[in-house]
Design a protein around this ligand. Structure first.
Ligand code: ATP
Length: 966
């Protein structure tokens, strides 16, 4: 064994304390220099321990606070006590030439151990090399010395010390410092074995190796066949312990993958197991990562060896086989028996790619890009731990999410956030040329020793399913946030999707978690049952994640659909509101129109009430025969009535016309002449009542449906007898155009031989002619009802509406409205003051003195017969003749109304046509006066005629009185 005397104590030593850095003189506490023991054989090294002078020195100087005792490998867990992050430090020894091999790079070679060139050399060069070797030997004495098992002293190289006056620094607080002489076994025993035991007890853990390139990370983790690393030793320990216990209830799986960035284009995950391909990472889960079940350590070692052959490595100036990727190994234990108390756990071992300095490695091109990725990952890893430390120191300081910046930190998120226990091993090189790398690492990593883990006593169930359980939490929160705007029904529907698929497992986990919190001992049994399904859960994890994505898509789709539907509903509602507004407006307008219509109707009704009443033209000189024409108001006109008037009257009209036409013209003329004065009312152009009503709503027109005579010719003698004339239908005396003009001729023939001829004709088809002009009927016969039949033709009797109540011959209730709006009256030849009926509107005539009416036409009677013809031949004179009878009380109220819209020429003399007598409200009528008062020229002064006249008057008086009694 090669013994080496301890190096001379430096005058001043800088001891680095975490977090304080204080340089102080520690002459007595010089870090014990671990003898540079050649790693010949581990067995030899263990058999012959080195001189314990360092331990003795460490004991004598108790100034430094004693680091926390490392838990005994065999000591059980002390429960959920907060533990500090364990940080170990391993110092790689300077490699001997024989260990480096022929292919060793310059960086790997120790100048002292460099193989000499077998060929003879130039003496000058040989001397120069000797000098250089001597100088290098001086500088490579080492920059780091182990003070004790928990502290080291980092001494800058002489050049730096002289030039930059950098002082030595003491770094203490490590869980353990493995000197260059420490073997793999020792490292395992002190550092990894506690993790393995916890792992076998169901505690998950992680071991991560950090350090500069070539510092021995890979060597520590994987080792060599001769010096197996931590992974092989873990596997050996696992199977050894399992075999020792004789229990086959536990099975183990191993998975290995790497995170690599080729040429710095991005991080990728590769499965390093057999048949492994590129993988993808979602959140903290590697999708498709193979877990290979292992049954013994040899199988596992061969598997790891094969995996390491696939790992990305490269040659740099710092390391001939420099790792270019982050390698992660997961060893999981699965408990097969339900009654097994032990828990399931995962032990993760991470071999990080070493940080590199460009000057040191000399990387260029793709290698330099890899260096950037490696350094970036190391930096992110350190930032996460620093953030965790600061967060633990000051809880108000939020925990930064640096883990998002690299896949490695994403995968190790739970560890980097202090949720799982983690162990770090820092590897450094003792060479002086590695001072900067070592110093940088120690400065950065030494504070991590203050990191604490408060919840390391998690159950295996929680460990194994925590991520799974958190996945449920992460699954639910964002969806519920998104679905917060949905109504309850949709939420229920979506929740059913979740519940149906995932709630069963989640609920069981939740229940068991609750039980684990409430019942500490019972949780293990539940864990056993849960652990039985852990393997299937992990196998179904990908499927559940896929279901999760599907459900998220469904939720998004439903959300978008409901959003669009809501918008459409809003639009529809707005349209409905607008339509409602329009409807209200229309209703208000409609109401207004209705009111206006009602007003108009009421006005019309009033007018109709005044004028639309049943009008009856009853012209009779005695009770029988009576010729009455009933007219209806506009509202009461129907086809029946129309037919009545049209057909019946037409018949009579035609008959009359026949009679009239058949009579010789001379006779007619003679008749007119014989009757002396007569007046004619020329009424023409009456339209149907309905048309008139529609056109101008002239009530008077509507009331005279049946009296649409173009001309009303009343021939009246000067006799004072009631004039019961003939209403001749025809175009005046000319009967050529019967439709256009008609005559209403009331002829009062006072001669006994003469029979009053009464004819009413109205335009077009409605014509009524009661004419007996050609026949003479005695007045007695006329007045006698029995004789009526003989006087009146059958047709006439049928066609004419009789009003039985009217016994007063000359006092019928009638209303004569003469509309002269379109009347064309020819009064040019009216020299004898004829009073045309058309010129008289009886509508608003409140009263009319019958006497005057009877008396005044006397002048008209003086007209020559030719003049009369001219007057009565006027065509198209619109005359409203309304003859209304409301009561049989003979109080004639003649309401002549003259529509002056056309302002016809006012007749010089008023003639009182029979049609102008408004019998409506005819309250009083003094027949005697009527008989007596008529003035006019009597054409004949025969005594016999007077006698008959008196007889006639007396008869009429009797008749009138009888009617009045009725
Ligand atoms: N403790 C040790 N004892 C003996 N040899 C060691 C020790 N540590 C490392 N080595 C050797 O040093 C060389 C580099 O070690 P290693 O490859 O493990 O460094 P590294 O930190 O992994 O480098 P990189 O980060 O570049 O991968 C290897 O040849 C290895 O055998």
């Amino acid at each position: 064994m090669e013994m080496k005397s301890p190096p001379p104590c430096p005058s001043t030593v800088t001891v680095r304390r975490n977090p304080h850095r204080k340089a102080r003189a520690t002459p007595a506490t010089t870090a014990p220099q671990i003898p540079n023991v050649p790693p010949s054989s581990s067995t030899t090294t263990r058999d012959i321990p080195s001189f314990p002078i360092h331990d003795i020195l460490a004991i004598e100087i108790p100034q430094n606070p004693k680091p926390p005792e490392d838990p005994s490998p065999s000591s059980p867990s002390k429960g959920p006590i907060s533990e500090d992050l364990k940080v170990y430090l391993r110092i790689r020894p300077l490699l001997l030439p024989k260990l480096l091999g022929r292919n060793a790079t310059v960086g790997d070679q120790n100048p002292r151990a460099r193989a000499k060139n077998a060929w003879p050399q130039n003496p000058a060069k040989k001397n120069a090399a000797r000098d250089k070797s001597a100088k290098t030997k001086k500088t490579d004495e080492g920059c780091i010395t182990v003070n004790d098992s928990h502290s080291v002293t980092l001494s800058p190289p002489l050049a730096l010390k002289e030039s930059k006056r950098i002082k030595s620094e003491v770094y203490e607080g490590f869980s353990h410092v493995f000197s260059t002489e420490s073997s793999q076994g020792e490292v395992y025993e002190r550092m990894v074995k506690p993790l393995v035991e916890d792992f076998l007890r169901g505690k998950s853990g992680m071991l991560a190796a950090l350090g500069p390139s070539g510092s021995g990370k890979t060597h520590t983790v994987f080792g060599t066949p001769r010096e197996p690393g931590m992974v092989p030793l873990v596997l050996q320990q696992i199977f050894k312990q399992s075999e020792g216990s004789g229990s086959k209830s536990r099975s183990f799986c191993i998975s290995i993958f790497e995170i690599y960035s080729e040429r710095g284009k991005g991080e990728k995950v590769y499965d390093l197991s057999a048949g492994g391909t590129e993988l993808s990472m979602q959140q903290s889960t590697i999708k498709g990562l193979q877990e290979v079940a292992i049954s013994d350590a040899g199988q596992a070692e061969s598997l790891i060896a094969c995996s390491m052959l696939k790992r990305a490595t490269g040659m740099t100036n710092a390391n001939s086989q420099s790792s270019r990727s982050q390698c992660i190994i997961n060893i999981s234990s699965v408990v097969n028996k339900a009654d097994e108390v032990d828990n399931n756990a995962v032990l993760t071992i991470v071999d990080l790619a070493g940080a590199e300095r460009e000057k040191r490695t000399g990387n260029q091109g793709a290698r330099l890009l890899e260096s950037n990725f490696i350094n970036n990952t190391s930096m992110v890893f350190g930032l996460c731990l620093r953030s965790l430390l600061e967060h633990q120191k000051n809880p108000k300081k939020p925990l930064q999410k640096h883990f998002q910046n690299s896949l490695l930190t994403k995968y190790l998120r739970d560890y980097l956030e202090g949720k799982k226990r983690m162990t770090l091993i820092l590897t450094v090189k003792e060479g002086a040329e590695d001072y900067l790398d070592t110093s940088y690492l120690l400065k950065q990593a030494s504070p991590y020793m203050k990191i604490k883990f408060n919840k390391v006593e998690e159950s295996s169930m929680m460990n194994g399913n925590k991520r799974h359980f958190q996945a449920f939490s992460r699954l639910g929160k964002p969806k519920r946030m998104k679905l917060s705007g949905l109504d309850a029904h949709v939420r229920v529907v979506i929740a059913e999707f979740w519940v149906a698929d995932e709630f069963e497992e989640g609920q069981s986990i939740v229940d068991e978690q609750r039980l684990s919190e409430e019942e500490g001992s019972t949780i293990n049994r539940l864990d056993v049952s849960e652990n039985a399904s852990i393997k299937s859960d992990s196998a179904d994890l990908a499927e559940r994640e896929r279901n999760q994505e599907i459900m998220e898509n469904i939720a998004k789709t439903m959300w978008n659909f409901l959003k669009d539907y809501k918008q459409k509903l809003e639009v529809a509602e707005s349209e409905i509101n607008s339509l409602r507004e329009k409807l209200r407006t229309e209703e208000t307008q409609n109401l207004g129109l209705r009111k206006e219509l009602e007003d108009l109707k009421s006005c019309c009704t009033c007018s109709k009430g005044n004028h639309g009443e049943t009008s009856i033209v009853e012209v009779c000189t005695s009770s029988e025969p009576k010729i009455g024409l009933q007219g209806y108001g506009s509202s009461k006109i129907d086809e029946k009535d129309e037919d009545l008037h049209s057909s019946s009257l037409k018949t009579s009209y035609c008959n009359t016309l026949e009679k009239w036409d058949s009579s010789p013209r001379q006779e007619r003329d003679a008749f007119s002449q014989e009757n002396g004065e007569s007046f004619s009312l020329n009424m023409s152009g009456f339209e149907r009542v309905e048309k008139e009503q529609e056109s101008n709503s002239t009530v008077s027109n509507t009331e005279v449906e049946f009296v649409n005579a173009s001309c009303l010719h009343v021939e009246n003698s000067n006799q004072q007898n009631c004039q019961i004339g003939d209403i001749f239908s025809g175009n005046g005396h000319n009967t050529q155009d019967l439709n256009d003009s008609k005559y209403l001729a009331i002829k009062d023939n006072f001669s006994d031989a003469d029979i009053p001829e009464f004819g009413i004709g109205y335009s077009q088809s409605h014509a009524m002619v009661r004419s007996d002009s050609c026949s003479s009927v005695e007045l007695d016969q006329y007045l006698t009802e029995d004789e009526e039949s003989s006087v009146l033709p059958a047709s006439t009797k049928e066609d004419v509406a009789f009003t039985q109540g009217c016994s007063t011959p000359d006092v019928p209730e009638s209303e004569l409205v003469l509309d002269t709006s379109c009347r064309e009256l020819n009064f040019e030849k009216l020299n004898r003051k004829p009073l045309p009926a058309s010129s008289i509107s009886t509508r608003d005539c409140s009263a009319l003195d019958v006497e005057d009416q009877i008396n005044k036409p006397s002048e008209f009677l003086d007209l020559p017969q030719s003049k009369k013809k001219d007057v009565t031949s006027t065509k198209e004179s619109d005359v409203d003749v309304s003859i209304t009878k409301e009561s049989d009380v003979d109080v004639p109220e003649i309401k002549p109304r003259i529509d002056t819209s056309c302002k016809p020429e006012k007749p010089k003399r008023r003639l009182l046509p029979a049609s102008s007598i408004l019998l409506r409200d005819f309250s009083t009528l003094d027949v005697e006066d009527d008989v007596e008062k008529p003035k006019g020229n009597r054409t004949g002064g025969k005594l016999a005629a007077d006698e008959r006249k008196r007889t006639q008057e007396s008869s009429l008086l009797r008749l009138l009185k009888s009617n009045l009694r009725l």
